[in-house]
Design a protein around this ligand. Sequence first.
Ligand code: FAD
Length: 344
Amino acid sequence: MSSKADYIIIGQGISGTFLSYYLHKAGKNILVFDEPKNNTASKVTSGVINPVTGRRIVRTWMIEEIMPFAAHAYQALENELNISLIHQCNILDFHPTAQMQNAFDERVNEETYLSNVKDTESWRNYFNYDFGIGEINPCWQINIQALIQEWRKELQKNNQLIEEKFSVEQIKDYADSKIIFCDGVANIDNTFFHLLPYAANKGEALIVEIKDLPRTNMYKQSCAIVPWKDDLWWIGSNYEWNFENDLPSKEFRESMEQKLKSFLKLPYKIITHIAALRPANVERRPFVGLHPTHKNIGILNGMGTKGCSLAPYFAHQLAENLMNNKPILAYADIQRFKGILSKQ
Ligand SMILES: Cc1cc2nc3c(=O)[nH]c(=O)nc-3n(C[C@H](O)[C@H](O)[C@H](O)COP(=O)(O)OP(=O)(O)OC[C@H]3O[C@@H](n4cnc5c(N)ncnc54)[C@H](O)[C@@H]3O)c2cc1C
Protein backbone atom coordinates (compact mmCIF):
# COMPACT_ATOMS: atom_id res chain seq x y z
CA MET A 1 0.00 0.00 0.00
CA SER A 2 1.35 3.37 -0.98
CA SER A 3 1.25 6.45 1.22
CA LYS A 4 2.25 8.27 -1.97
CA ALA A 5 -1.26 8.14 -3.40
CA ASP A 6 -2.47 11.29 -5.18
CA TYR A 7 -5.93 10.77 -3.71
CA ILE A 8 -7.15 8.97 -0.59
CA ILE A 9 -10.85 8.18 -0.90
CA ILE A 10 -12.79 7.46 2.27
CA GLY A 11 -15.77 5.19 1.60
CA GLN A 12 -16.69 2.86 -1.24
CA GLY A 13 -20.43 3.33 -1.60
CA ILE A 14 -21.75 4.61 -4.94
CA SER A 15 -19.94 7.94 -4.47
CA GLY A 16 -16.52 6.50 -3.60
CA THR A 17 -16.87 3.84 -6.30
CA PHE A 18 -17.40 6.40 -9.07
CA LEU A 19 -14.80 8.86 -7.79
CA SER A 20 -12.15 6.16 -7.52
CA TYR A 21 -13.14 4.86 -10.97
CA TYR A 22 -12.75 8.24 -12.70
CA LEU A 23 -9.47 9.09 -10.96
CA HIS A 24 -8.02 5.63 -11.57
CA LYS A 25 -9.05 5.73 -15.23
CA ALA A 26 -7.26 9.05 -15.61
CA GLY A 27 -4.06 7.40 -14.38
CA LYS A 28 -4.05 8.84 -10.86
CA ASN A 29 -2.62 6.94 -7.95
CA ILE A 30 -5.52 6.24 -5.57
CA LEU A 31 -6.07 4.50 -2.26
CA VAL A 32 -9.57 3.71 -0.94
CA PHE A 33 -10.45 3.09 2.70
CA ASP A 34 -13.77 1.35 3.26
CA GLU A 35 -15.00 0.04 6.56
CA PRO A 36 -16.84 -3.23 5.81
CA LYS A 37 -20.46 -2.65 6.83
CA ASN A 38 -23.64 -4.30 5.55
CA ASN A 39 -26.25 -1.68 6.21
CA THR A 40 -24.99 1.26 4.17
CA ALA A 41 -27.31 3.20 1.84
CA SER A 42 -25.56 1.85 -1.25
CA LYS A 43 -25.94 -1.75 -0.09
CA VAL A 44 -29.69 -1.55 0.54
CA THR A 45 -30.74 0.75 -2.31
CA SER A 46 -33.24 -0.52 -4.87
CA GLY A 47 -31.10 1.17 -7.52
CA VAL A 48 -33.91 3.02 -9.28
CA ILE A 49 -33.46 6.05 -11.51
CA ASN A 50 -36.87 7.68 -11.86
CA PRO A 51 -37.15 10.92 -13.88
CA VAL A 52 -40.17 12.24 -11.94
CA THR A 53 -40.74 12.60 -8.26
CA GLY A 54 -43.19 13.36 -5.45
CA ARG A 55 -46.94 13.58 -5.22
CA ARG A 56 -46.99 16.36 -7.79
CA ILE A 57 -45.02 14.17 -10.20
CA VAL A 58 -42.52 16.88 -11.15
CA ARG A 59 -39.25 16.32 -12.96
CA THR A 60 -36.33 15.33 -10.78
CA TRP A 61 -33.67 18.06 -10.53
CA MET A 62 -31.43 18.24 -13.67
CA ILE A 63 -32.76 14.88 -14.86
CA GLU A 64 -32.37 15.65 -18.59
CA GLU A 65 -28.62 15.89 -18.10
CA ILE A 66 -28.07 13.55 -15.19
CA MET A 67 -30.07 10.50 -16.33
CA PRO A 68 -28.34 10.02 -19.73
CA PHE A 69 -24.96 10.68 -18.08
CA ALA A 70 -25.65 8.02 -15.44
CA ALA A 71 -26.92 5.50 -18.01
CA HIS A 72 -23.70 5.88 -20.04
CA ALA A 73 -21.55 5.67 -16.91
CA TYR A 74 -23.14 2.39 -15.80
CA GLN A 75 -22.92 1.00 -19.34
CA ALA A 76 -19.21 1.89 -19.46
CA LEU A 77 -18.66 0.06 -16.17
CA GLU A 78 -20.65 -2.92 -17.45
CA ASN A 79 -18.17 -3.23 -20.31
CA GLU A 80 -15.16 -2.63 -18.13
CA LEU A 81 -16.15 -5.13 -15.43
CA ASN A 82 -17.89 -7.55 -17.80
CA ILE A 83 -21.07 -7.75 -15.70
CA SER A 84 -24.69 -6.73 -16.18
CA LEU A 85 -25.48 -3.54 -14.24
CA ILE A 86 -28.23 -1.50 -15.84
CA HIS A 87 -31.51 -2.23 -17.54
CA GLN A 88 -34.55 -0.22 -18.44
CA CYS A 89 -37.42 -1.09 -16.12
CA ASN A 90 -40.36 1.31 -16.29
CA ILE A 91 -42.58 2.03 -13.32
CA LEU A 92 -46.26 1.06 -13.47
CA ASP A 93 -48.02 3.41 -11.10
CA PHE A 94 -51.31 1.90 -9.84
CA HIS A 95 -53.11 5.00 -8.61
CA PRO A 96 -54.23 4.43 -5.01
CA THR A 97 -57.05 7.03 -5.11
CA ALA A 98 -59.17 8.89 -7.66
CA GLN A 99 -57.39 12.06 -6.58
CA MET A 100 -53.97 10.58 -7.42
CA GLN A 101 -55.30 9.38 -10.76
CA ASN A 102 -56.54 12.91 -11.54
CA ALA A 103 -53.18 14.41 -10.54
CA PHE A 104 -51.41 11.96 -12.87
CA ASP A 105 -53.88 12.56 -15.72
CA GLU A 106 -53.39 16.31 -15.45
CA ARG A 107 -49.63 15.89 -15.84
CA VAL A 108 -49.74 13.35 -18.70
CA ASN A 109 -50.29 15.92 -21.47
CA GLU A 110 -47.44 18.16 -20.39
CA GLU A 111 -44.83 15.60 -19.25
CA THR A 112 -43.16 13.36 -21.82
CA TYR A 113 -42.01 10.86 -19.16
CA LEU A 114 -45.67 10.00 -18.33
CA SER A 115 -48.32 8.04 -20.17
CA ASN A 116 -51.46 6.07 -19.33
CA VAL A 117 -51.50 2.28 -19.60
CA LYS A 118 -54.25 1.36 -22.08
CA ASP A 119 -54.76 -2.31 -21.24
CA THR A 120 -55.43 -2.00 -17.52
CA GLU A 121 -57.26 -5.36 -17.22
CA SER A 122 -54.24 -7.63 -17.86
CA TRP A 123 -52.76 -6.79 -14.43
CA ARG A 124 -55.81 -8.02 -12.49
CA ASN A 125 -54.26 -11.48 -11.98
CA TYR A 126 -51.44 -9.91 -10.01
CA PHE A 127 -52.70 -6.80 -8.26
CA ASN A 128 -55.73 -5.24 -6.58
CA TYR A 129 -56.51 -1.78 -7.91
CA ASP A 130 -59.59 0.37 -8.33
CA PHE A 131 -58.19 3.22 -10.41
CA GLY A 132 -56.10 3.59 -13.56
CA ILE A 133 -52.45 2.71 -14.19
CA GLY A 134 -49.85 5.26 -15.26
CA GLU A 135 -46.45 4.50 -16.73
CA ILE A 136 -43.18 6.36 -16.11
CA ASN A 137 -40.84 5.82 -19.05
CA PRO A 138 -37.88 5.54 -19.16
CA CYS A 139 -36.83 4.39 -15.69
CA TRP A 140 -33.62 2.48 -15.07
CA GLN A 141 -32.63 -0.08 -12.52
CA ILE A 142 -29.03 -0.46 -11.49
CA ASN A 143 -27.49 -3.42 -9.70
CA ILE A 144 -25.53 -1.23 -7.29
CA GLN A 145 -24.58 -4.14 -5.04
CA ALA A 146 -22.89 -5.95 -7.95
CA LEU A 147 -21.14 -2.74 -8.99
CA ILE A 148 -19.71 -2.18 -5.52
CA GLN A 149 -18.65 -5.81 -5.16
CA GLU A 150 -16.97 -6.04 -8.56
CA TRP A 151 -15.24 -2.65 -8.34
CA ARG A 152 -13.99 -3.66 -4.90
CA LYS A 153 -12.33 -6.72 -6.46
CA GLU A 154 -10.58 -4.43 -8.97
CA LEU A 155 -9.35 -2.19 -6.15
CA GLN A 156 -8.12 -5.25 -4.24
CA LYS A 157 -6.38 -6.61 -7.32
CA ASN A 158 -4.55 -3.28 -7.77
CA ASN A 159 -3.64 -3.01 -4.07
CA GLN A 160 -5.77 0.12 -3.80
CA LEU A 161 -8.10 -0.87 -0.94
CA ILE A 162 -7.79 -0.85 2.83
CA GLU A 163 -10.80 -2.48 4.46
CA GLU A 164 -10.65 -0.45 7.64
CA LYS A 165 -12.23 2.56 9.22
CA PHE A 166 -10.21 5.71 8.47
CA SER A 167 -9.85 8.16 11.33
CA VAL A 168 -8.95 11.84 10.99
CA GLU A 169 -5.77 11.22 13.03
CA GLN A 170 -4.48 9.34 9.99
CA ILE A 171 -4.60 12.46 7.80
CA LYS A 172 -1.06 13.38 8.86
CA ASP A 173 0.19 10.09 7.33
CA TYR A 174 -0.94 11.32 3.91
CA ALA A 175 0.43 14.87 3.91
CA ASP A 176 1.14 14.79 0.15
CA SER A 177 -2.31 13.45 -0.82
CA LYS A 178 -5.75 14.93 -1.20
CA ILE A 179 -8.24 13.16 1.07
CA ILE A 180 -11.80 12.99 -0.22
CA PHE A 181 -14.61 11.94 2.12
CA CYS A 182 -17.27 9.82 0.38
CA ASP A 183 -18.34 8.44 3.73
CA GLY A 184 -22.16 8.74 3.55
CA VAL A 185 -23.93 9.40 6.86
CA ALA A 186 -20.67 9.04 8.81
CA ASN A 187 -19.82 12.52 7.47
CA ILE A 188 -22.38 14.02 9.86
CA ASP A 189 -19.79 13.54 12.62
CA ASN A 190 -16.77 14.45 10.48
CA THR A 191 -14.47 17.08 12.04
CA PHE A 192 -14.32 19.07 8.79
CA PHE A 193 -17.91 18.82 7.57
CA HIS A 194 -20.18 18.31 10.60
CA LEU A 195 -21.64 21.84 10.23
CA LEU A 196 -23.20 21.02 6.85
CA PRO A 197 -27.04 20.93 6.91
CA TYR A 198 -27.46 17.16 6.93
CA ALA A 199 -30.91 15.68 7.59
CA ALA A 200 -30.32 11.93 7.47
CA ASN A 201 -33.35 9.73 7.13
CA LYS A 202 -33.82 6.03 7.58
CA GLY A 203 -35.15 3.76 4.83
CA GLU A 204 -36.07 0.09 5.07
CA ALA A 205 -37.07 -2.67 2.66
CA LEU A 206 -38.30 -6.25 2.76
CA ILE A 207 -36.64 -8.72 0.42
CA VAL A 208 -39.41 -11.05 -0.64
CA GLU A 209 -39.80 -14.09 -2.86
CA ILE A 210 -42.70 -13.76 -5.32
CA LYS A 211 -42.98 -16.39 -8.02
CA ASP A 212 -44.64 -15.65 -11.39
CA LEU A 213 -44.71 -11.85 -11.17
CA PRO A 214 -43.45 -10.49 -14.54
CA ARG A 215 -40.00 -8.98 -14.08
CA THR A 216 -40.57 -6.50 -16.92
CA ASN A 217 -41.53 -3.60 -14.65
CA MET A 218 -41.42 -2.03 -11.22
CA TYR A 219 -44.85 -1.71 -9.61
CA LYS A 220 -46.00 1.04 -7.31
CA GLN A 221 -49.05 1.75 -5.22
CA SER A 222 -48.63 2.50 -1.52
CA CYS A 223 -45.37 0.54 -1.71
CA ALA A 224 -42.84 -0.04 -4.49
CA ILE A 225 -42.18 -3.60 -5.74
CA VAL A 226 -38.84 -3.67 -7.52
CA PRO A 227 -37.07 -6.67 -9.14
CA TRP A 228 -34.15 -7.87 -6.99
CA LYS A 229 -31.96 -10.93 -7.58
CA ASP A 230 -33.36 -14.25 -8.97
CA ASP A 231 -37.01 -14.69 -7.88
CA LEU A 232 -36.67 -11.98 -5.27
CA TRP A 233 -38.27 -8.55 -5.02
CA TRP A 234 -37.35 -5.43 -3.06
CA ILE A 235 -40.39 -3.99 -1.25
CA GLY A 236 -40.18 -0.50 0.26
CA SER A 237 -39.68 2.04 1.46
CA ASN A 238 -40.14 4.72 4.11
CA TYR A 239 -38.49 8.04 4.97
CA GLU A 240 -38.15 8.02 8.74
CA TRP A 241 -36.75 11.26 10.18
CA ASN A 242 -36.98 10.20 13.83
CA PHE A 243 -35.02 7.05 14.44
CA GLU A 244 -33.05 5.55 17.29
CA ASN A 245 -30.76 3.36 15.20
CA ASP A 246 -30.15 2.20 11.65
CA LEU A 247 -31.61 -1.29 12.14
CA PRO A 248 -34.73 -2.93 10.65
CA SER A 249 -37.83 -2.13 12.71
CA LYS A 250 -40.90 -4.19 13.61
CA GLU A 251 -43.18 -1.21 12.78
CA PHE A 252 -41.89 -1.02 9.20
CA ARG A 253 -42.25 -4.75 8.65
CA GLU A 254 -45.84 -4.77 9.90
CA SER A 255 -46.91 -1.72 7.93
CA MET A 256 -45.19 -2.87 4.71
CA GLU A 257 -46.74 -6.34 4.96
CA GLN A 258 -50.17 -4.74 5.28
CA LYS A 259 -49.57 -2.62 2.17
CA LEU A 260 -48.23 -5.58 0.23
CA LYS A 261 -51.19 -7.78 1.17
CA SER A 262 -53.71 -5.19 0.02
CA PHE A 263 -51.87 -4.58 -3.31
CA LEU A 264 -50.46 -7.97 -4.35
CA LYS A 265 -52.65 -10.98 -5.17
CA LEU A 266 -49.81 -13.52 -5.45
CA PRO A 267 -48.37 -15.43 -2.48
CA TYR A 268 -45.06 -14.15 -1.12
CA LYS A 269 -42.43 -15.16 1.41
CA ILE A 270 -40.27 -12.69 3.32
CA ILE A 271 -36.60 -13.64 3.00
CA THR A 272 -34.95 -10.78 4.83
CA HIS A 273 -35.42 -7.20 6.04
CA ILE A 274 -32.83 -4.47 5.42
CA ALA A 275 -32.35 -0.87 6.54
CA ALA A 276 -29.88 2.02 6.24
CA LEU A 277 -29.61 5.78 6.67
CA ARG A 278 -29.72 8.02 3.60
CA PRO A 279 -27.16 10.86 3.57
CA ALA A 280 -29.86 13.47 2.89
CA ASN A 281 -29.71 17.20 3.53
CA VAL A 282 -32.16 20.06 3.84
CA GLU A 283 -31.21 21.58 0.45
CA ARG A 284 -31.53 18.26 -1.43
CA ARG A 285 -28.36 19.09 -3.37
CA PRO A 286 -25.03 17.24 -3.19
CA PHE A 287 -21.91 18.42 -1.35
CA VAL A 288 -19.01 18.41 -3.83
CA GLY A 289 -15.50 19.86 -3.82
CA LEU A 290 -12.52 20.81 -1.72
CA HIS A 291 -12.95 22.32 1.74
CA PRO A 292 -12.74 26.14 1.58
CA THR A 293 -9.95 26.35 4.17
CA HIS A 294 -8.40 22.85 4.34
CA LYS A 295 -7.27 22.59 0.72
CA ASN A 296 -6.19 18.95 0.87
CA ILE A 297 -9.58 17.77 2.23
CA GLY A 298 -12.60 17.24 -0.02
CA ILE A 299 -16.10 15.80 -0.06
CA LEU A 300 -18.51 13.93 -2.33
CA ASN A 301 -21.65 13.40 -0.30
CA GLY A 302 -25.24 14.51 0.42
CA MET A 303 -26.71 12.26 -2.30
CA GLY A 304 -29.91 11.79 -0.29
CA THR A 305 -32.57 9.72 -2.04
CA LYS A 306 -30.94 9.98 -5.49
CA GLY A 307 -27.42 8.62 -5.23
CA CYS A 308 -27.82 6.25 -8.20
CA SER A 309 -28.27 9.12 -10.64
CA LEU A 310 -26.37 11.93 -8.88
CA ALA A 311 -23.19 10.09 -7.85
CA PRO A 312 -21.84 9.26 -11.35
CA TYR A 313 -22.41 12.84 -12.58
CA PHE A 314 -20.92 14.63 -9.58
CA ALA A 315 -18.07 12.16 -9.12
CA HIS A 316 -17.09 13.02 -12.69
CA GLN A 317 -17.35 16.76 -11.98
CA LEU A 318 -15.24 16.39 -8.85
CA ALA A 319 -12.60 14.32 -10.65
CA GLU A 320 -12.39 16.98 -13.40
CA ASN A 321 -12.17 19.70 -10.78
CA LEU A 322 -9.38 17.94 -8.88
CA MET A 323 -7.34 17.04 -11.95
CA ASN A 324 -8.06 19.89 -14.37
CA ASN A 325 -9.49 22.64 -12.19
CA LYS A 326 -12.82 22.54 -14.03
CA PRO A 327 -15.74 24.21 -12.23
CA ILE A 328 -18.29 22.36 -10.12
CA LEU A 329 -21.92 23.27 -10.61
CA ALA A 330 -22.66 26.10 -8.14
CA TYR A 331 -25.72 24.32 -6.65
CA ALA A 332 -23.54 21.36 -5.69
CA ASP A 333 -20.24 23.12 -4.99
CA ILE A 334 -19.26 22.94 -1.32
CA GLN A 335 -18.02 26.54 -1.63
CA ARG A 336 -21.62 27.64 -1.06
CA PHE A 337 -21.01 26.79 2.59
CA LYS A 338 -17.72 28.71 2.76
CA GLY A 339 -19.01 30.93 5.59
CA ILE A 340 -20.07 28.02 7.80
CA LEU A 341 -17.11 25.76 7.02
CA SER A 342 -14.51 28.49 7.55
CA LYS A 343 -15.62 28.81 11.19
CA GLN A 344 -14.04 25.51 12.23
C1 FAD B 1 -33.92 2.01 1.58
C2 FAD B 1 -33.20 2.90 0.60
C3 FAD B 1 -33.59 2.91 -0.74
C4 FAD B 1 -32.94 3.73 -1.65
N1 FAD B 1 -33.32 3.69 -2.96
C5 FAD B 1 -32.71 4.49 -3.86
C6 FAD B 1 -33.05 4.43 -5.24
O1 FAD B 1 -33.88 3.63 -5.67
N2 FAD B 1 -32.42 5.27 -6.10
C7 FAD B 1 -31.45 6.15 -5.68
O2 FAD B 1 -30.91 6.90 -6.51
N3 FAD B 1 -31.09 6.20 -4.38
C8 FAD B 1 -31.69 5.41 -3.47
N4 FAD B 1 -31.32 5.45 -2.16
C9 FAD B 1 -30.31 6.44 -1.76
C10 FAD B 1 -28.91 5.93 -2.10
O3 FAD B 1 -28.78 4.63 -1.58
C11 FAD B 1 -27.85 6.88 -1.52
O4 FAD B 1 -28.03 8.17 -2.07
C12 FAD B 1 -26.44 6.40 -1.87
O5 FAD B 1 -26.28 5.04 -1.64
C13 FAD B 1 -25.39 7.17 -1.09
O6 FAD B 1 -24.14 6.63 -1.46
P1 FAD B 1 -22.78 7.13 -0.81
O7 FAD B 1 -21.69 6.38 -1.47
O8 FAD B 1 -22.72 8.62 -0.85
O9 FAD B 1 -22.89 6.72 0.74
P2 FAD B 1 -22.91 5.25 1.42
O10 FAD B 1 -23.63 4.29 0.60
O11 FAD B 1 -23.39 5.47 2.81
O12 FAD B 1 -21.39 4.81 1.45
C14 FAD B 1 -20.46 5.32 2.39
C15 FAD B 1 -19.35 4.30 2.56
O13 FAD B 1 -18.34 4.88 3.37
C16 FAD B 1 -17.91 3.92 4.35
N5 FAD B 1 -17.35 4.69 5.47
C17 FAD B 1 -17.98 5.62 6.24
N6 FAD B 1 -17.11 6.17 7.12
C18 FAD B 1 -15.91 5.57 6.90
C19 FAD B 1 -14.60 5.69 7.49
N7 FAD B 1 -14.36 6.56 8.48
N8 FAD B 1 -13.59 4.91 7.03
C20 FAD B 1 -13.81 4.03 6.02
N9 FAD B 1 -15.03 3.87 5.42
C21 FAD B 1 -16.05 4.63 5.86
C22 FAD B 1 -19.19 3.15 4.67
O14 FAD B 1 -18.88 1.89 5.26
C23 FAD B 1 -19.80 3.03 3.27
O15 FAD B 1 -19.29 1.91 2.58
C24 FAD B 1 -31.91 4.60 -1.21
C25 FAD B 1 -31.49 4.55 0.11
C26 FAD B 1 -32.12 3.71 1.02
C27 FAD B 1 -31.65 3.67 2.45
